[in-house]
Design a protein around this ligand. Structure first.
Ligand code: MTE
Length: 310
């Protein structure tokens, strides 16, 4: 991945973010619940939307402006520079859409996106997202724990890992005409990581359906791992016995490990991971172990050598 270049955020951005915050505050009141039924866009209107802003997993860090979240992206299926996904992702067709869940499960199933949206209460989760390129964002995502979906297919005792497969269709995803990665984009987690409540099956951000450049209509968000683990526009989830080979491991095995836990003590071979630039901020901040989620997830890695298992 290319080195960090901060985005220009014009002052016009301040308005939508302030509006979102005011709306969120209002939605937490009784009047807000009634309004939620009629307020566009779609996700605000969903009757399974949980109480916004109350998730025990939300951090209180200042939000990254919506414009930066939606115009400064990594989504190589739409180009390798940060501005290209927002410009090119219009060709992505997000309906109809299904996710096939298969492999080491008792009940493999093809889930329609509309069914997925209603399967569990959508919750707003304000998460930090730390990119391997040493920048970070704070985003109000909308989704529910991936565990809600996985338990429905009844994993067998052989299910040790989970593989995520993104859409492969060069007609919709022009970046796939270039062999910058081995398409389709593949990512993976250990089963216990995938079942951890912080692992979010994500449908929206900033109170709206996911913009295409952010991985519409459904993606994963892993707040304690480098951003590349958070696969976008996924169409398949496979439960498997062996550790899957991911796109980034194929592209650079010495640079991108399977675990990819945010770790300030383990540098990328070409740059330090000790600090990060929070988008919109001037001074760099220290990167926190597991991106600040150590209390929640450190136990998953007890006894593991995190230098070797990077
Ligand atoms: N998923 C797919 N399918 N293709 C990608 O190129 N990029 C990853 C991840 N998921 C990527 C992907 C990287 S490197 C990051 S940092 C995050 O998406 C960025 O998510 P965002 O654009 O919503 O901030």
């Amino acid at each position: 991945m290319k080195p960090y270049k901060p985005p220009a955020i014009p002052s016009s951005e301040i308005t939508p973010q302030a509006l979102f915050l005011a709306r969120r505050k209002f939605m937490q009141t009784a009047g807000g619940a009634a309004l939620a039924a009629v307020w566009p866009p779609a996700l605000w209107a969903m009757d399974n939307l949980g109480e916004l802003g109350k998730s025990k997993y939300s951090v209180t860090d200042e939000l990254t402006p919506r414009q930066a979240v939606t115009e400064y992206n990594n989504f190589y299926e739409f180009g390798t520079s940060k501005d290209q996904p927002a410009i090119n992702a219009g060709s992505l067709q997000t309906r109809p859409w299904t996710i096939t869940v298969e492999g080491e499960v008792k009940k493999s199933k093809v889930f329609d996106i509309e069914e997925l949206l209603k399967m569990a209460a959508l919750e707003e989760r304000i998460y930090r997202l730390r990119c391997v390129e040493a920048w970070s964002m704070v985003v109000p995502w909308l989704g529910y724990s991936l565990a809600e979906l996985l338990k429905r297919v009844e994993p067998t005792g052989n299910a040790k890992f989970v593989e995520f497969v993104s859409l492969h269709d060069p007609a919709q995803m022009p970046g796939q005409k270039a062999a910058v990665l081995d398409w389709p984009y593949r990512e993976g987690l250990r089963m216990d990581e995938a079942m951890h409540p912080l692992t979010l099956l994500t449908f929206g951000l900033y109170g709206e359906v996911l913009p295409k450049q952010n991985g519409a209509p459904v993606r994963i968000v892993m707040p304690w791992k480098y951003g590349f683990k958070s696969a976008k526009s996924i169409v398949k989830i496979r439960l498997v016995e062996q550790q899957p080979l991911t796109s980034w491991m194929k592209a650079g095995p010495g640079e991108y490990g399977f675990y990819a836990n945010v770790n300030p003590e383990v540098d990328h071979p070409r740059w330090s991971q000790a600090k990060e630039r929070r988008i919109g901020e001037f001074l760099k901040r220290k990167t926190l172990m597991f991106n600040g989620y150590a209390d929640e997830v450190a136990a998953l890695y007890a006894g593991m050598d995190l230098q070797r298992n990077f």
